[in-house]
Design a protein around this ligand. Sequence first.
Ligand code: NI
Length: 225
Amino acid sequence: MSTGAVRRHTRGRRAARPVDRCGEAVVSALLLRRKSTRGTLHTEMAFSPDQYFKAFTFAARAHGEQKTPTGLPYVVHVSLVCMEVIEAVHVAPGLDGDLAVTAALLHDVVEDTATSLEGIEAEFGPRVAAGVSALTKDAALDKQAAMKDSLVRILEQPPEIAMVKLADRITNLAPPPPHWGAAKIAAYRDEGQLILDTLGATSQHLSARLAARLRAYPTAGLDPG
Ligand code: NI
C-alpha cells in the first residue's frame, strides 16, 4: 500500500522532471542566445526604417530615369552605398545611423539632379543638408580641384559623412568600363587612394574595404589598353 503510494509518487515526479528540465533548458538556451547576440553582434537597429523609406523614396524620385555606367537604375548605386554604410555603422556603435543612412541615400541628388540643398534641408534638416553639401563637388572647379575641395569640406562634417564618401568609392571601384584607357584608370585609382588617405581614419571597416578594392583595381602598367 505504502509502496504503491511511493511508486505513484515517484512515477509522478519522474514523469514531471524531464518536462521541467526540457523547459528550463529551452529557456536557458534562448536567454543565452539573446545575451550573446546582443553582446557581440549589436543587433539593435542603428537607424530608423521610416527614415530609410523616406530618404530612399526621395532619392528614387529625384534620380528618376538616370542610370549607372553599367545601365542599372541609378538607385542601385545609391542603395549599395547605403548598404556599405549600414554595415560600417553596425560594427562601430555610437555613430548616428540615421544621419549616415540618410546622407548615403541622398549623396548624389544635389550633384546629379535638380534637387536643391534648400529642398534637402526642408525635408531632412540642416545636418543632412550640410553633409550632402560637402559631398557635392563644386561644378565651377576643375575635376581635381573639385575633389580636393569636397574632401576638405567633408572633413569639417561629422564622421558619418566621410563614411558615405568612402562607401561611394568602394561601390564605384568596380572593374572599369572597357572604353577607359590606362591614364583614366590610373587617375581614378589615384583619386581613390586620395580619398582613403584623407578620410580613412573615420572608419576602420570602410577603410579596410576601400584598401582591398584599390589593391584589386587594375594599375595603368598592367592594363593592356
Ligand atoms: Ni555616388
